[in-house]
Design a protein around this ligand. Structure first.
Ligand SMILES: NC(=O)c1ccc[n+]([C@@H]2O[C@H](COP(=O)([O-])OP(=O)(O)OC[C@H]3O[C@@H](n4cnc5c(N)ncnc54)[C@H](OP(=O)(O)O)[C@@H]3O)[C@@H](O)[C@H]2O)c1
Length: 201
């Protein structure tokens, strides 16, 4: 069968629409979290601060993507999923349901990661985001490839905390900023799983 110029054009346009051919196992698991200098991330199922540049960055990084979250963090969105993102919500409650097209409810962490990776592959998304809260960060940090952490230079009262960064992560990059509204200093820090660890997979 000959390849006509028209079929070449169709193929090229399909490749442009779907530039990354991904296998689910190549999808990276990446934490995104904002924490205080005492590793506090939340209070009474809400965020302890409002830093709009950090929320914008969260939106830009996770937009169009797939995010794993605990049932409490999902609840903190006010009963509705965030737009333009697929939500994988983890709950032990077999009756928990969320009746939205862009929400998948799962009942354990391995199922969350497997389902999330499969959806990422389908959407050609190279990253599966873990967006919290404390329980979900703690149970997935050992499997994360990268951590995108905003370190907020505040010490508010918190009842939810980010885990210690394990020794098998190395510092990747730092960007320092000051929130113009509040004058609060914050840094975007990135940690990468050490190469030797990645080579095991
Ligand atoms: N600063 C940040 O970047 C950031 C990001 C996200 C969240 N937060 C904050 O973190 C706080 C919430 O964190 P959290 O630790 O209390 O709650 P969470 O991690 O959001 O959700 C906990 C819930 O997830 C489910 N769960 C946990 N482990 C599970 C497992 N192994 N298998 C099945 N289900 C499991 C359970 O749901 P069921 O009870 O339904 O079984 C559990 O109650 C809030 O204050 C939120 O605002 C902060």
């Amino acid at each position: 069968m000959s390849i006509t110029p028209a079929s070449k054009r169709r193929l090229r346009s399909r490749q442009q629409m779907n530039p990354i051919e991904l296998n689910a196992k190549n999808v990276k698991l990446v934490h995104i979290a904002a924490m205080s200098t005492e590793r506090g991330i939340g209070i009474k199922n809400g965020l302890p601060w409002h830093i709009s540049a950090d929320l914008k960055r969260f939106k830009a990084l996770t937009g169009g993507g797939v995010m794993i979250m605990g049932r409490k963090t999902f609840g903190s969105f006010g009963g509705r999923p965030l737009p333009n993102r697929h939500h994988i919500v983890v709950s032990r409650d077999p009756n928990f349901n969320a009746d939205f097209e862009q929400v998948t409810v799962v009942h354990d962490i391995p199922q969350a990661i497997e389902t999330g990776r499969a959806i990422c592959a389908k959407l050609s998304q190279p990253v599966l985001w873990v967006i919290g809260g404390a329980q979900i960060y703690a149970q997935t940090i050992d499997q994360a490839d990268r951590l995108e952490l905003t370190l907020v230079n505040l010490t508010p009262e918190c009842d939810a905390f980010y885990p210690d960064v394990p020794a098998n992560f190395e510092f990747g990059s730092r960007e320092s900023h000051t929130d113009p509204g509040s004058g609060v200093d914050y840094q975007f820090l990135s940690f990468l799983r050490k190469r030797a660890e990645l080579d095991r997979f």
